[in-house]
Design a protein around this ligand. Structure first.
Ligand code: C2E
Ligand code: MG
Ligand code: MG
Length: 595
């Protein structure tokens, strides 16, 4: 056998290999041409797309980059082609995930990202990130293997969404969560309490006398105060707690994950202390104080609505016991609130069901013992609980706005009655009718119709006087001063009720046409053994007389009080000593017996 020449052998091998390489090259070139042809078709299509379209081969290199991609990422195509997608447009924190996701897909075809819409942050050439919406599809044919990402910049939409979300969830004045977000947080906190077996405390924080600041310093200052209060509240609680402003001057705080209630007491005290630090508003120093009501989840209620109501009731209890304090919810508060709710319900029925009656109490002349006037005092015969004191139901009627209707009823009833008495006894008797500030402040309560009513009914204005609280004249609006003038023009007299409890000065009253002062029974009660009260009554009477105002002493119960009042020149007395309030029938008999 002829020996093979090793040199010739290897030359043949090389030639063979060379041919194969050449064939492969041709193959590759053809493939590339196909790919390029396909690409240019795709590119023509992609170029006009409103989405950025980024193509990438299975090794992660960018193979296609349309015009829109240039716009949103800041890279031109020639700069980025042949770079990896990972190092250019994917923020660092996603790179690891991107790599493993891709490896998993290549190994098993397993994927969670293909053909779904994903919201994610992308990286701009200048290093800033921006939100995009992204969907990825894959071409996996023998000719072409690549991923295609359709990417849309959603910065604008996200910004708009953020604004809308903020508006829906935050109070624009203080930037605190509003009612909406507060409710979400509360529900969320309650759920986490269920899991942790801990409590949460709900704090209702209501500013004391906020309206006074608003009215006297103006709304701008009121707003400033609210913003400052919001900051002070936030400063006093932990970062994880929620301070919200659901409405007006009311703030609600959620203290989550509470282990002991003592800690909440400390926080409440801290809140009160921080709030009451002096605050300069328009060159006036104010000391904002608040009343805080607290209820605990789940101890006081495991229903969120009831929990809120409890905290609210506790807050009212804090206000009622003097303001600038906190009050934990108790079962007594609950009972009181229940009674109140019942009264509100029953009060709505009372007018229609004729459960009201006007009583009359004589007002006696201390000069000669005669009586020519009486105070109309409302009585409520409750069908189940019997007589309810006006001291109980009038404040509730004021709070609920029912006072308008009730006050009108009293006025029409009493004016009809005095008309009858004047007619029947040919006397100049006058009935004095109590009014609530709300009837003066809120025009819709119908006080303006009283004047025409009197004219229509032929009732003389002198037959009536109205009693007002001295607080009404502290800083009266034009509307109130005009109404006072209307009363004067209609010959209706005006008395200041419970004088001395509202700290207004007599000289202040000079500017109004006031006919009577009624000295509050609190001063009359101690007249015979409290030097201070005696001096006060004496001075009030002297000053009132100087201003042409007559004085009525309320709550006269004893002979010695009566004697002293005469001695110091008081004009009229009213009280159990002379007569208790009585029904119209009894009062008619009383007048008859005196004439
Ligand atoms: P007020 O206007 O100061 O009426 C005087 C109150 O003192 C009446 O209580 C009267 O019964 C009571 N009183 C009279 N003499 C004496 C006395 O010698 N000793 C004591 N301890 N009390 C005496 P009343 O009838 O319970 O009314 C309480 C308050 O309810 C009234 O105080 C008034 O502010 C309000 N009120 C009563 N009726 C009406 C009404 O029709 N409208 C409005 N807005 N308020 C009313
Ligand atoms: Mg009165
Ligand atoms: Mg009074």
């Amino acid at each position: 056998m002829a020996q093979r020449d090793p040199l010739q052998d290897s030359t043949e091998t090389i030639t063979l290999l060379g041919n194969k390489v050449a064939a492969l090259e041709t193959d590759l070139r053809q493939k590339k041409e196909i790919i390029l042809a396909q690409h240019s078709k795709l590119e023509a299509f992609f170029g006009t797309s409103i989405d950025a379209i980024v193509q990438m081969d299975f090794d992660g290199y960018i193979t296609g980059w349309n015009l829109q991609a240039e716009k949103i990422f800041g890279w031109r195509a020639e700069e980025i082609l042949e770079q990896t997608i990972e190092l250019t447009i994917i923020p660092e924190r996603y790179r690891e995930g991107h790599r493993t996701g891709m490896q998993r897909y290549l190994a098993s075809g397993d994927t969670t990202v293909l053909n779904t819409l994903i919201e994610i942050d992308a990286l701009h050439r200048d290093g800033h990130e921006f939100p995009v919406e992204l969907s990825i599809s894959v071409i996996d044919s023998p000719d072409l293997q690549e991923f295609i990402a359709y990417i849309r910049d959603i910065s604008k939409r996200k910004r708009a969404e953020a604004i809308i979300w903020n508006q829906a969830n935050f109070d624009s004045l203080t930037n605190l969560p509003n009612r909406n977000l507060f409710m979400q947080r509360l529900e969320h906190e309650a759920l986490s309490c269920d899991r942790s077996k801990l409590s949460l405390a709900l704090l209702y924080v209501d500013l004391d006398r906020f309206k006074a600041v608003n009215d006297s310093l103006g709304h701008d200052m009121g707003d400033l105060l609210l913003v400052e209060v919001a900051n002070r509240l936030k400063k006093s609680v932990r970062e994880v707690d929620t301070v919200s402003r659901p409405s007006g001057d009311e703030f609600i705080i959620i203290l989550g994950q509470i282990e002991d209630q003592l800690a909440v007491e400390r926080i409440c005290q801290q809140l009160l202390d921080t709030l009451s630090e002096p605050l300069n508003l328009d060159n006036k120093v104010v000391y904002p104080t608040a009343s805080i009501g607290v209820s605990f989840y789940p101890d006081d209620a495991n229903d969120i609505e009831i929990l809120r109501r409890n905290a609210d009731q506790a807050m009212y209890a804090a206000k009622a016991s003097g303001r600038n304090r906190y009050q934990f919810f108790t079962s007594e508060i609950q009972e009181r609130a229940q009674r109140k709710r019942q009264i509100i319900t029953d009060l709505r029925e009372a007018v229609n069901q004729s459960q009201f009656e006007v009583y009359y109490q004589p007002i006696v002349s201390l000069l000669d013992g005669s009586f020519t006037r009486a105070e109309a005092l409302l009585r409520w015969h409750h069908p189940e609980t019997g007589m309810v004191s006006p001291a109980v139901f009038i404040p509730i009627a004021e709070e609920t706005g029912l006072i308008g209707e009730i006050g009108n009823w009293v006025f029409y009833q009493a004016s009809q009655q005095v008309k009858n008495w004047r007619h029947q006894f040919n006397s100049d008797i006058q009935v004095s009718i109590n009014t609530s500030p709300l009837q003066w402040i809120d025009e819709s309560t119908g006080m303006n119709q009283w004047f025409t009513h009197l004219i229509e009914q032929g009732i003389d204005g002198t037959a009536i006087s109205v009693e007002i609280a001295e607080g009404l004249l502290k800083d009266p609006s034009d509307h109130i001063t005009n109404r006072l003038i209307e009363f004067r023009d209609a010959d209706i007299q005006v008395a200041i009720d419970d004088f001395g409890t509202g700290y207004s000065s007599l000289s202040h009253l000079k500017q109004f046409d006031i006919n009577y002062l009624k000295i509050d029974q609190g001063f009359v009660r101690n007249l015979d053994h409290e030097q201070n009260d005696l001096v006060l009554c004496e001075a009030t009477i002297a000053m009132a007389h100087k201003l042409g105002i007559q004085v009525i002493a309320e709550g006269v119960e004893s002979k010695s009080q009566d004697r002293i009042l005469r001695e110091i020149g008081c004009d009229f007395g009213q009280g159990y000593l002379y007569s208790r309030p009585m029904s119209a029938i009894d009062f008619t008999a009383l007048i008859a017996s005196k004439t």
